[in-house]
Each structure stands twice: as C-alpha cells, then as structure tokens.
Design a binder for this molecule. Structure first.
Ligand code: SF4
Length: 84
C-alpha cells in the first residue's frame, strides 16, 4: 500500500504531534497544519483540503507508515489520507 493523498480538515489545535511524527510531510504553523510543498505534486503549501493535490510518487510508499502514525496520533483526528 501507499498513501496517494494527505490533507488536513478544519479543527487543528496546533499540538505539533504530526510534525514530530513525520516532519517530511507536516508543517505546523501558528494556527493550523500544512502539507509541505516539497512532497506535493502541485508544489503548494496549504492544508490541501481544497487542492487535494496528490503526493509525489517517490514519497507515497516511503512515507506511508509515518503518515499513518501521524494520523492516528492526531488528538482531534483532522489528518485524512487516501491509499492505493
Ligand atoms: S496532530 Fe492534528 S491537531 Fe496536532 S498539529 Fe497535527 S493536525 Fe493539528
């Protein structure tokens, strides 16, 4: 399996847990969490809940475990992802 897409829904409480679990993907700011530009096909740095940009191919398998771990560890369950 591989993660094809990851995004943040509304309600992030900026606890930093996801960035600790997977700093390659998650960037916690003052008021929300972003999906880093480096791992996205569209190269934008946003929550990705509107763009729904896929992850770049080279990261999909490599970062799967860390993304799943981050999603499980999010206290308000706003990290969502799709797998293939
Ligand atoms: S773990 Fe969840 S609540 Fe905490 S910073 Fe990340 S997205 Fe926000």
């Amino acid at each position: 399996m591989a993660v094809t897409k990851v995004w943040i829904e509304e309600g992030c409480i900026v606890c930093n847990a996801c960035e600790t679990a997977c700093p390659e993907v998650f960037l916690v700011t003052e008021d929300t969490c972003m999906i880093r530009a480096e791992v996205r096909e569209d190269g934008k740095e946003t929550e990705n809940s509107e763009e729904m940009s896929p992850l770049k191919e080279e990261f999909r398998e490599e970062l799967e475990d860390a993304i799943e771990e981050a999603a499980e560890g999010c206290p308000v369950e706003v990290i969502k992802f799709e797998t293939e």
